[in-house]
Design a protein around this ligand. Structure first.
Ligand code: PGA
Length: 252
């Protein structure tokens, strides 16, 4: 049975002190919860990952990175490798976030390389993709999403999908307060699962968790998560406040 996941993408927020505080608060808030097949993940910035890993040991909280470089090592000033992440106990990496695509020029081809390198390092991947507002206005959202998935993931064999979580994040809903309706999310998630099934078969497609991201809040999480093909959320803004994040975890 596939897992439900609530993952907090902290983006470029929280210094060391704030990281320590929020990790402690989140740990406490989930300690006594019956998580009921739900994984809880946070993704702090690179500099605070080791602290977050150390402080979430022996708890139910998991720690992910927000990005990594596609090369194993070498002359790439300012970059961080998958091997480095693994060496400090990080087991999951977010790849393909729309902010990485928009502000740092990450293309599908580059993401295919990053995906391959992450898997070679035994890292689990939360792979993000989603259409822009103009795509949706023109009715192209499915074609865009299909090509993002195919171009970055369809070089993989079916076993790789044991280590992949998908995150559908319509760009128009990220940080805008605007959310896809539960029906829009469900329709797209079903389409994504069909896209996977067409290449890898329904057993693989049914085993992959597909998260929704884009202005998920305590007020809308329950309805979005109640949809059959929505297996959780990738949460930005609302993951920075323990009460909101905890309420979203409880939405399952
Ligand atoms: P948001 O961000 O929840 O602030 O919209 C989601 C994301 O970027 O993953």
């Amino acid at each position: 049975m596939r897992k439900n996941i609530v993952a907090g993408n902290w983006k470029m927020n929280n210094d060391l002190k704030a990281t320590r505080k929020l990790v402690k608060q989140i740990k406490k808030s989930i300690e006594d919860k019956d998580l009921n097949n739900t994984r809880v993940v946070i993704a702090p910035t690179f500099v605070n990952l080791a602290t977050a890993v150390k402080r979430s040991k022996k708890s139910k909280l998991e720690v992910a990175a927000q990005n990594m470089h596609q090369a194993t090592n070498g002359a790439y000033t300012g970059e961080v490798s998958g091997e480095m992440l693994k060496s400090i106990g990080v087991k999951t990496v977010i790849l393909g976030h729309s902010e990485r695509r928009a502000y740092f020029g990450e293309t599908d081809a580059l993401l295919a390389e990053k995906v391959n390198t992450a898997l070679a390092n035994n890292l689990e991947i939360i792979f993000c993709f989603g259409e822009e507002l103009t795509d949706r206005k023109e009715g192209n959202q499915e074609a865009v999403v299909e090509s993002q998935i195919k171009n970055a993931l369809f070089q993989l064999d079916s076993n790789a999908f044991k280590h992949i979580v998908l995150a559908y994040e319509p760009v128009w809903a990220i940080g805008t307060g605007e959310t896809a309706s539960p029906e829009q999310a469900q329709d797209m998630h079903a389409f994504i699962r069909n896209t996977l099934a067409s290449k890898y078969g329904s057993e693989v497609a049914d085993s992959v968790s597909i998260l929704y991201g884009g202005s998920v809040k305590p007020a809308n999480a329950k309805e979005i998560f109640s949809k059959p093909d929505v297996d959780g959320g990738l949460i930005g803004g609302a993951s920075l406040k323990v009460d909101d994040f905890s309420a979203i975890v409880s939405a399952f």
